[in-house]
Design a protein around this ligand. Structure first.
Ligand code: SAH
Length: 218
């Protein structure tokens, strides 16, 4: 039988990913099969600088260049679970960064849109996503405005923290749609909002987090 891995290195990363799924995700309460499967599938090591690859599946955040970071695997999984992606659902991510979170969303079968303000990060994310075969719609610009041309979305996942919730996200959600977003300056809380029939958002605080700031209009 042909080996399904290209090299011993890929096989080692695969084992580390399985271990990450069991220890860091399942054992801490991540239960969505869609999310667990996506986290086991996406090669996180491909989204970080080569020198950080040995730590790609460790229980912490990682630098991705330009002073930005990818969240720890548990936070990526918990946010993905909270936004509840599924085949056919349309999900907007704000803050593409490395493209890792976008790949995890795409691996669940969702139709993914993602916006990044730093052109160099968007360009390298595009390259990695294409080379791995994840079809994600990418745009460079100010994500605080959402993506009006592709709205409405079933879910919006924001991976940088505004001090206060920008209004465009609620406007661009369908009724029943979910917005998952860290809010705050130094003390940030991750929230899940659900859009109610009257257009209001119902808030649910999930846990404390630490994200880079969502920068407006630059
Ligand atoms: N989700 C990313 C990590 C995001 S780090 C990943 O999986 O790798 C936060 C990102 O949000 C950074 O890349 C930062 O440049 C971006 N960002 C900050 N403010 C933004 C804005 N207004 N619009 C779009 N992207 C923004």
């Amino acid at each position: 039988m042909k080996n399904r891995f290209q090299s011993g290195e890929e096989e080692r990363y695969h084992r580390q990913r399985e271990h990450m799924g069991a220890e860091q995700l399942f054992n801490r309460g991540i239960r969505s099969e869609h999310v667990l499967a996506a986290m086991r599938e996406v090669p996180r090591h491909r989204f970080v600088p080569p020198e950080d690859r040995p730590l790609a599946y460790a229980d912490g955040p990682l630098p991705i260049g330009k002073g930005q970071t990818i969240s720890q695997p548990y936070v990526v999984a918990a946010m993905t679970e909270a936004v509840d992606p599924a085949p056919g659902k349309r999900i907007l991510e704000v803050g593409t960064g490395s493209g890792y979170q976008a790949a995890v969303l795409a691996a669940t079968g969702a139709e993914v849109y993602s916006i990044e303000r730093i052109p160099e990060l968007a360009a390298s994310a595009r390259k990695v996503l294409e080379s791995l075969g994840y079809a994600v719609h990418l745009s460079v610009g100010d994500g605080t405005l959402g993506w009006a041309g592709a709205a409405p979305f079933d879910g919006i996942l924001v991976t940088a923290a505004p001090k206060e919730l920008p209004p465009s996200f609620a406007e661009q959600l369908v009724e029943g749609g979910r917005l998952v977003i860290p809010v705050g300056a130094l003390d940030q809380t991750l929230y899940r909002y659900v859009k109610l029939p009257d257009g209001e958002l119902r808030a649910e605080a999930l846990f404390s987090v630490r994200f880079v700031p969502l920068r407006k209009g630059e």
